[in-house]
Design a protein. Structure first.
Length: 183
């Protein structure tokens, strides 16, 4: 879309947009019957705020006029993060070695407001975020029941590598992990 402007921001600028990011997140998910949206948005705010301190954090926003319509953020995976802990099927030797914390970038969140979904903005955010990253590969995780998300990721060149157990307090009992080479 030619009327969408993408901008790459660091942690300090991203922190100043936290309320807007939460609004986009809430809109992207919409109302789920029987679910308190405030709880999910509060959990997102906690995750997004904690991510600001991560190594090589970046936020890419999509804006149409004055409206923030989407965003993606991520950061370099720390050596001690255990992102792939418990991965099944078991990966090949060396797969989980982060080589000093510069091997993998986590694509932590990618969100587009409902009214703007299906217009290529998510793909634009995805591509803008991954372009210029110095890491060797990238990884997101997904809800195991989100077949549409899995198909979208695979269409964008991601390879499903397996599942990991959810941590205590996580939304899901397990998460699907994907990987995509960047070079």
């Amino acid at each position: 879309m030619s009327d969408v402007t993408y901008a790459r921001l660091g942690a300090e600028a991203a922190g100043g947009l936290m309320d807007e990011l939460c609004e986009v997140y809430a809109d992207a998910y919409g109302q789920v019957p029987g679910e308190d949206a405030t709880v999910k948005v509060d959990a997102f705010r906690d995750r997004a705020t904690a991510a600001l301190g991560a190594r090589n954090y970046e936020l890419v926003t999509a804006q149409v006029g004055d409206e923030l319509v989407g965003f993606v953020f991520g950061y370099s995976l720390r050596r001690d993060r255990d992102w792939f802990a418990g991965l099944q099927p078991a990966p090949e030797e060396g797969f989980t070695d982060e080589r000093g914390g510069e091997r993998t970038v986590v694509l932590a969140e990618i969100e587009v407001r409902k009214a703007w979904q299906g217009r290529g903005i998510g793909r634009g955010l995805h591509d803008a975020f991954l372009t210029g990253r110095r890491e060797e590969r990238a990884t997101p995780s997904a809800n195991p029941a989100a077949a549409g998300t899995h198909a979208l990721y695979e269409g964008w060149g991601w390879q499903r590598v397996g599942t990991v157990p959810g941590r205590p307090g996580a939304y899901y009992r397990e998460y699907v992990k994907f990987v995509r080479p960047l070079r």
